[in-house]
Design a protein around this ligand. Structure first.
Ligand code: TXA
Ligand code: MG
Length: 315
């Protein structure tokens, strides 16, 4: 019998050996992280990183986040600042990415960093991913495991829907955060390039310094530009009530889950809403709705990250 999901694998010792073998030989593997699923390859290898750009159809100007197991591993490639070390101690491993200055003699492949003199560095928390990182001698270049511009996957089946059988997908359950990591630029001052579940006020508190949210960032986070996170159907924001022939995404107790109503969190919990956001967009797309309307989501804390993704998806 032809099992359609036969390339989705739970990590046991046999699969672990296979995954490490593939990564050691410049191959790609889809791996779970606490934020979203990623498409991983050796960040030091041109061959591996080139494959990532190809399979995702990702523009080469868009640098990829590099995932490390320990601080010591990262120290080979980037300079640490006082602010970075504080944030690392407080939040890592966890859903935060730091833009740091690259060392001249770093082995990172130029494609990984898109030729920039900075690197996006992350220390992920997911147990399965950490088991793999511990066993390899290089960091993993790992963008979200979706075609460029599409919604990021939060479970193994979402990845399958994007890439089918082209790669092995390691199943680590549903991503608990559900949206991508907060990206904080520490190369000059401190600014948020991509909001996430770790908020700017939390970061500010830990560092004891003011942070700025760069609204009109240009090349600094090219992947954040236009048409990202698109489910491929028109989205209308700040809608007050359900519209005809439209899926209605809601928040809070006013409109409960129902036919055509997709509530992100009836308890008005923004973290739950973040966790459900991509899953809901993907579910709605699958049901073949022609449009999506979205209720206003409070623009505080994690709500800032949710609204950021919704605005991009609506473009
Ligand atoms: O949660 C996450 O961060 C997920 C999981 C898989 O770790 N990864 C992820 O990667 O979202 P990706 O490639 O989809 O997003 C990386 C973002 C892009 O917006 C990219 O432009 C930005 O980080 N970035 C990477 N290197 C950068 C750099 N040196 N300077 C500024 N932005 C950078
Ligand atoms: Mg992405």
């Amino acid at each position: 019998m032809n099992n359609i999901y036969s390339n989705i694998k739970k990590l046991n010792s046999k699969i672990q050996l296979k995954v490490i073998h593939i990564l050691n030989n410049d191959g790609l593997i889809a791996l779970p992280t606490e934020t979203v699923y990623g498409l991983a390859g050796n960040a030091y290898s041109h061959r591996a990183v080139n494959k990532i750009f190809k399979i995702k159809n990702r523009p080469k100007i868009n640098p990829i986040i590099v995932h490390y197991f320990t601080l010591k591993d990262a120290s080979k490639d980037v300079f640490f600042s006082k602010e970075f070390l504080r944030l690392h101690r407080y939040f890592c491993p966890g859903p935060i990415t730091f833009i740091l200055k690259k060392k001249k003699y770093s082995n990172l492949n130029k494609l990984t960093t898109a030729g920039l003199d900075s690197v996006a560095v992350r220390f992920p928390k997911h147990k399965v991913l950490r088991k793999i990182l511990k066993k390899i001698n290089f960091p993993l270049a790992m963008p979200s495991a979706n075609k460029s511009g599409k919604v990021s996957p939060t479970c193994a089946k979402h990845v399958y829907n994007q890439f089918g059988k082209k790669i092995i997908i390691v199943d680590g359950g549903n991503s608990t955060v559900g949206i991508e990591s907060t990206v904080v630029d520490l190369t000059s001052g401190m600014s948020i390039l991509r909001p996430g579940i770790i908020s700017s006020s939390q970061i500010q508190k830990v560092v004891g310094k003011k942070i700025t949210y760069k609204k009109n960032r240009k090349i600094r986070s090219p992947g954040n530009l236009k048409n990202h996170y698109s489910p491929g159907i028109p989205i209308k924001l700040n809608v007050k009530k359900a519209e005809k022939n439209s899926a209605f995404i809601t928040f809070g107790k006013k409109f409960k889950n129902n036919k055509d109503v997709y509530n992100l969190s009836e308890k008005s919990n923004l973290e739950d809403a973040a966790k459900n956001l991509y899953k809901t967009l993907i579910k709605i797309k699958k049901k073949k709705y022609k449009k999506i309307s979205v209720m206003k989501i409070p623009n505080i804390g994690v709500g800032i990250a949710i609204n950021d993704r919704l605005k991009r998806a609506a473009k």
